[in-house]
Ligand binder design. Structure first.
Ligand SMILES: CSCCC(=O)C(=O)O
Ligand SMILES: [Fe+2]
Length: 197
């Protein structure tokens, strides 16, 4: 029973309408414009659905952790008495930024939205829920908000000693941003140029 949800769920992602209504609302376009896992993979975003209740002994989780070198982990709970400087943190999570390393989150409870910029600089909203593990590549412009359920508990993973520093946009000259653009944005333009011939 414990692992009955394993492998069944898939992530939902969509292009956002960029109205300035409440950030915790879904912000669907009209009609909704969904985004596939393949599209996310093209942007370097990785996703697994795992057993959140027994993750410590979950073989798939441990394999991912080992193969990707995720030696560090801690828990983050987004609620006023568990997250120091709650209001301030939530605000900074939603400022568009990059990191010099991957952002790796495994949702153990609740849900939330990771927004990432696509290759045309449009916002894609990724709805993560219990059991979803997501990796945002170093250098991708992104942000996070809770949804209207207002509850998120996640495992944060990292390779070695964690560095959580956000670099707010614009960071177009940052070496990590340049590396990301070269690997995931320009390669895309390259393949279209080839297709056109
Ligand atoms: C789902 S974890 C909360 C958000 C966060 O840790 C971050 O944006 O860095
Ligand atoms: Fe981040």
């Amino acid at each position: 029973m414990a692992s009955s949800n394993k492998g069944e769920a898939t992530i939902q992602a969509w292009y956002m309408n960029e109205t300035d209504e409440d950030q915790r609302l879904p912000h669907h376009c009209d009609p909704p414009e969904y985004v596939s896992l393949d599209k996310l993979a093209e942007l370097g975003v990785l996703y697994w659905h795992l057993d959140a209740d027994n993750y410590e002994t979950d073989e798939e989780f441990n394999k991912i952790r080992e193969s990707r070198g995720y030696t560090y982990s801690d828990l983050i709970t987004c609620c006023p008495d568990k997250l120091p400087n709650y209001e301030c943190k939530l605000k900074s999570f939603y400022e568009e930024h990059i990191h010099t390393d991957e952002e790796i989150r495994f949702l153990l409870e609740g849900s939330g939205y990771f927004d990432v910029r696509d290759n045309n600089d449009r916002w894609i909203r990724i709805w993560v829920k219990k059991g979803d593990m997501i990796v945002l590549p170093a250098g991708i412009y992104h942000r996070f908000t809770m949804d209207s359920d207002n509850h998120t508990k996640a495992l944060r993973l990292f390779v070695g000693e964690p560095v959580w520093t956000p670099y707010n946009r614009p960071q177009d000259d940052h070496p990590i941003r340049k590396q990301y653009v070269e690997a995931f944005i320009e390669k895309d333009q390259g393949s279209h140029a080839v297709e056109a011939h």
